[in-house]
Design a binder for this molecule. Structure first.
Ligand code: GDP
Length: 369
């Protein structure tokens, strides 16, 4: 067999046939060829292409649909919303579990361990990260590390890093849409990982059914900087890294936590928040945490809270979309946009109160018609 685009390097044996693997692709001929390489335009997809692709569980199209929805460009927004509309009836049939904890608590390791287990049991697992810090710092707490290598190789898993919101915000709105797309693509378990450092827990809490708080022992006596508010959002509490020398300390931290939890009003009525230990590293206790998640779902179903929680999630989503749309239209309004930087400058220099500047811009916006 002759390879028209290949040649034998000098170091190949004289008598090497086509079975010899060391053929080298012929180099490119000139700068034009180089500049066109790797820039092959991807075929534009129609709304139907996106919808059908997602429903057929095509991972590439799912990823592209998420990118479409994450885009801030007007044309993409419209199309993204249309795709979403078509897919909404196919969504909702999943376990939506949020996982939070301070950086270093072991969230990714836990998600990977749990994810691999669930895939082995035949589940399809989507892992999403919500990290609004990526839009503030330009870097991302969740995104920088090489994460979940084993899980990312599993065909039944789909891992999506946090959307970067750009100037317009809306990470939460985008993440909610991503959940819908993943569900429509047949993922029955959605794991939403978020950094436990700010108010984003509240946002994630509002898009999941069950919220797991991961902590570690010995990082401080004051609940290691986890704000009390975060503890109040949790349905399940687990002290991670309960292995080796640390096992005993983790068990002690769990008992202490149990006492604290006793005085808290649980986020989910009639549910006693369990405090457990686990090791994402060895896997010990991870099954138990998952069993507790299942028990929690039973509770949600039995009490009707699952239905009301999902209804509330949709209303929250609507609010989020309303605000994001309004913000988008406001900031892109011709007169607003033309005056914005001048007014910002005046406010920054103390020449104009912020309130007056905002009022002026709103007046411009509302006089549109
Ligand atoms: P995240 O920032 O919360 O996502 O934490 P990571 O999953 O990146 O874990 C932080 C560090 O703790 C890594 O070096 C992990 O290998 C380690 N780690 C995570 N879980 C465990 C565990 O259960 N036991 C031990 N000993 N180390 C762990």
């Amino acid at each position: 067999m002759e390879h028209s685009d290949t040649h034998k390097p000098e170091w190949t044996p004289q008598d090497a046939g086509s079975e010899f693997a060391s053929f080298v692709m012929k180099g490119v001929d000139g700068p034009t060829a180089i500049s066109n390489r790797g820039r092959k335009k991807r075929r534009q997809l129609s709304v139907d292409d996106y919808v059908n692709g997602v429903l057929e569980q095509n991972r590439t199209i799912l990823a592209r649909a998420i990118t479409l929805i994450e885009s801030n460009a007007d044309v993409h927004r419209e199309m993204g919303q249309e795709v979403l509309q078509h897919l909404l009836p196919h969504a909702g049939n999943s376990t939506r579990l949020g996982i939070t904890g301070v950086p270093g608590a072991g969230k990714s390791t836990f998600v990977e361990n749990l994810g691999v287990r669930l895939c082995e049991q035949g589940h399809k697992v989507a892992v999403l990260a919500v990290d609004p810090s990526s839009s503030l710092s330009g870097g991302s707490i969740l995104g920088d590390k090489t994460r979940m290598e084993k899980l990312s190789r599993d065909k039944r898993a789909f891992i999506r890093p946090s959307p970067t919101s750009g100037a317009l915000g809306g990470v939460a709105e985008k993440s909610r849409s991503t959940i819908v797309l993943c569900e429509a693509a047949g993922y029955d378990t959605i794991l939403v990982e978020t950094v436990g450092v700010g108010q984003n827990e509240t946002t994630v809490r509002q898009m999941v059914d069950c919220f797991l708080l991961l902590t570690i022992a010995g990082a401080g006596d004051d609940l290691q900087g986890i704000k009390k508010g975060v503890v109040e959002l949790a349905d399940i509490f687990a002290v991670n890294k309960a292995d080796g020398n640390n096992k005993l300390r983790a068990q002690r931290a769990r008992s202490e936590m149990k006492t604290v939890l006793h005085y808290l009003t649980p986020y989910t009525p009639e549910w006693t928040i369990p405090a457990m230990t686990c090791s994402a590293f060895t896997g010990e206790g991870v099954d138990k945490v998952w069993e507790t998640v299942e028990k929690f779902y039973e509770h949600l179903r039995k009490t009707g809270y699952l239905e009301s929680r999902r209804a509330q999630q949709n209303v929250n989503w609507m609010h989020e979309m309303m605000i994001q749309n309004l913000k988008h239209r406001f900031l892109h309004h011709e007169k607003v946009a033309s005056k914005l930087s001048d007014l910002e400058h005046k406010v920054a220099n103390g020449k104009l109160p912020a309130y007056s500047a905002a009022k002026t811009l709103l007046a411009e916006f509302l006089d549109e018609k």
